[in-house]
Design a protein around this ligand. Structure first.
Ligand code: AMP
Ligand code: MG
Length: 452
């Protein structure tokens, strides 16, 4: 008694379908304040301003002696100048002594420059002297040994040498992070260095994942005569997390409208930003996902000229507060669900997470096919390929900069159910709609996949 939804049945191109998905997103998800420890990979929501200058005060770039540069004029290797050591300043303590004319203060890397010093002479250019005025140890003796009463300086030191000026890295009040910027490890280090421990970021989009199918069993369950392990649930959960979303499982539904609908309702009530359902999207008698989508919201598109990836359904459901949950119905075949996730769901998660439009899709590359391929007429095919690499792991490119690729799992690896080949692939090669087949040596667009 399955009826085909009364949706526009025109076959959409991949680009039209992706545009329809992205159009349904009115903007990034809400902002929250995150500790730096939770911020990696998230997107900055508001400008972030440095709370301190960096360094906060003039400090030493070397272990050595803080001096007045003029006191060292004319010093050479064989004709050093003698300076009296009047005190010491270590990292983390404020100087309690000034540098008098003809004097020096022993200083550690990162310690504040004491008053009246304008340069640091590194320990390697000094010889410690004993109370008797004779060398008390070799040149450049360990900077942490007993403090000598005087030192010889064997070079003429320029003003400002080995001094890191306050604010030379960063002036307090400077905007250090802009909205839309991804928080990399370096950006987190920068924020911490600028005295910041919490940041305004977009929260992670909450994405619910539902597997469907009477034959689909949770990992570890007995398969019986006709069961298969659930590959899509765990695989899609991982894809959601890798895309920057927060994945929430809805388990495995039976091929029953009520079961699918009640799980979708739970996700809607839970505030999910999107739900990703695998299986049950075709028009067979047990394919209830489209009906469930129509019951909880509406279907916006469901016929896309992509291979693998037929069928694919996209819709939206609305909450009473007007907020929306995106509905993705992906094919049950694991490779198809993976590829359609790449093409349509990952960009949506990244747009929801606040990435700017030019960072929503993966950067593309060019490749040369190692083998001939053929595919369905009129569809854009995404072939799973492995790049040839050199010993350092870098892709091998031809003289036009194109990566040499081979079919993952060989010629028999391209079936939409062949998980073993998918797991080998490190990129998708794109075969355009107009080409029913391409010869070995053909030039194709390449989408790199996550490898780590
Ligand atoms: P369907 O789209 O429901 O017609 O499923 C297409 C194929 O994918 C069938 O062979 C299913 O058994 C298989 N399949 C569906 N869901 C899963 C899943 N979660 N894990 C592994 N295979 C699945
Ligand atoms: Mg099914």
């Amino acid at each position: 008694m399955t009826t085909v939804p009364s949706t526009d049945e025109r076959l959409r191109t991949v680009d039209e379908a992706r545009a329809a998905v992205l159009d349904a997103i009115s903007g990034p998800v809400a902002t929250e304040i995150a500790f730096l420890s939770e911020a990696l990979g998230r997107v900055v929501a508001e400008p972030v301003v440095a709370r301190t200058s960096l360094p906060p005060w003039d400090n030493s770039a070397m272990d050595g002696y803080a001096v007045r540069a003029t006191d060292t004029i004319g010093a050479t290797e064989d004709s050093p100048v003698r300076l009296e050591v009047v005190g010491e300043v270590s990292a983390g303590s404020a100087p309690d002594v000034e540098v008098p004319r003809g004097g020096a203060v022993r200083i550690a890397t990162g310690a504040p420059i004491p008053p009246n010093a304008d340069a640091v002479v590194q320990i390697e250019l000094t010889t410690p002297l004993g109370a008797d005025g004779q060398p008390a140890g070799p040149r450049g003796r360990d900077a942490s040994g007993p403090m000598p009463p005087a030192v010889l300086v064997h070079a003429s030191i320029e003003r400002g040498a080995a001094v890191r000026r306050a604010g030379s890295d960063l002036a307090g009040g400077t905007t250090i992070l802009q909205p839309g910027q991804t928080l990399t490890a370096a950006a987190i280090g920068l924020a911490a260095g600028a005295g910041i421990d919490q940041l305004p970021v977009h929260r992670r989009p909450r994405v619910a994942v539902l597997a469907t199918g009477d034959e689909v069993r949770a990992p570890g369950r007995d398969l019986g005569p006709a069961g298969i392990p659930d590959a899509n649930g765990p695989g899609l959960m991982a894809l959601v997390e890798a895309a920057g979303g927060h994945a929430v499982t809805l388990g495995i539904a039976r091929d029953r409208l009520e079961d699918v609908h009640s799980r979708l309702s739970a996700a809607l009530a839970d505030g999910a930003d999107a739900v990703v359902v695998s299986g049950g999207v075709s028009v067979g008698p047990y394919d209830v996902v489209k009906l469930a989508f129509e019951k909880i919201g509406r279907i916006d598109l469901w016929r896309v000229a992509v291979q693998p990836g037929k069928p694919f359904a996209f819709g939206t459901a609305e909450r009473e507060d007007g907020s929306r949950m995106l509905l993705f119905g992906l094919p049950g075949n694991p490779v198809s669900s993976f590829v359609t996730f790449e093409l349509f769901v990952r960009p949506a998660i990244r747009a929801l997470a606040g990435h700017p439009a030019d960072r929503v899709l993966r950067p593309t590359d060019r490749a040369v096919l190692g083998e001939a391929v053929s595919k369905g007429h009129g569809r854009r095919a995404f072939i799973r390929v492995v790049a040839e690499r050199d010993e350092a792991g870098s892709p091998i490119r031809d003289d036009r900069g194109r990566v040499n690729v081979r079919l993952a799992g060989g010629a028999s690896g391209q079936g939409s159910h062949v998980l073993s080949a998918l797991a080998l692939a490190d990129a998708l090669a794109v075969v355009p709609e107009a080409d029913d087949e391409l010869p070995a040596g053909a030039d194709v667009e390449l989408w790199w996949l996550d490898r780590d």
